[in-house]
Design a protein around this ligand. Structure first.
Ligand code: MN
Length: 255
């Protein structure tokens, strides 16, 4: 099995190395990731300029590819022939913060997995719910082991085409994790405020600031699983059609 590992935090992020190391138990790993942080960049394809890729050596001496495009650009490159060997699975992460609820369309971690789905491949996005005020290095060991277990199960059982798994791991010791919950995508509440300032030339500029997003834990959703010490696994599809609204909308009078 040939696995592409990518992320949105940049090729030197420790979460990427932890994930790549774990995935080597499952198959041959190629690392192709952005050369800088693309967190919250969304689903991107760079079309107005060429993409450049260079070889880099990671902390454990393994070779990786660093690309100057977005996470989804990296996956597109990998699937369009940059890697001569056919790819069987794309795994993205490990993001140091949870990607739940409405985060999924912002998240470079998740949108990299979406690009794999568009390319017809199964994909897993992995994030760990470390607290925003966490000091020091994030420990990715539990999340990496969980990611391996989930990817192995998914490849053995088979995931229907068009789906990806969005995995969020609570930031607790591995032995404290209570298990895996299959969840639905919940909601996020963002607390953005606009801070308007004036530059030295008298022109206004804007910072979007605010407290960290919160999430409502509801029965069966991603936030509830994390809150209760479970790994949250949400099957995600790219079809965003509001099916429940179709019948009502079909009755609209367009005159
Ligand atoms: Mn990130």
């Amino acid at each position: 099995m040939h696995i592409v590992v990518t992320n949105d935090d940049g090729v030197v992020a420790p979460g990427l190395l932890a994930l790549a190391t774990a995935m080597r138990s499952l198959g041959e790993v190629s690392i192709l990731a952005p050369d800088r942080n693309w967190s919250a960049s969304g689903h991107v394809r760079t079309l107005d300029r060429p993409l450049r890729v260079r070889e880099v050596i990671l902390a454990d001496e393994t070779t990786a590819w660093a690309c100057d495009g977005a996470p989804s650009d990296c996956v597109a490159l990998a699937l369009c022939g940059f890697l001569s060997k056919p790819v069987d699975l794309v795994v993205s992460g490990i993001n140091p913060y949870a990607n739940i609820g409405d985060d999924v369309t912002y998240s470079g971690t998740v949108t990299a997995a979406m690009e794999a789905v568009i390319g017809g491949l199964p994909a897993v996005a992995v994030s760990v719910d470390s607290p925003d005020n966490h000091l020091g290095l994030v420990d990715y060991s539990a999340a990496a082991n969980v990611a391996l277990k989930i990817a192995r199960t998914m490849m053995r059982t088979g995931l229907p085409r068009g789906l990806l798994l969005n995995v969020n791991v609570p930031y607790i010791a591995e032995e404290m994790i209570k298990g895996i919950r299959i969840t639905r995508q919940g909601n996020r509440e963002y607390h953005d405020r606009l801070d308007k300032r004036v530059d030295p030339r008298g022109k206004p500029y804007y910072w979007a600031i605010g407290d960290v997003p919160t999430a409502q834990a509801e029965p069966g959703n991603d936030a509830e699983a994390l809150k209760n010490g479970f790994v949250s696994v949400t099957p995600i599809q790219l079809d965003l059609t509001a099916y429940r609204f179709l019948p009502e909308m079909n009755s609209w009078n367009w005159e």
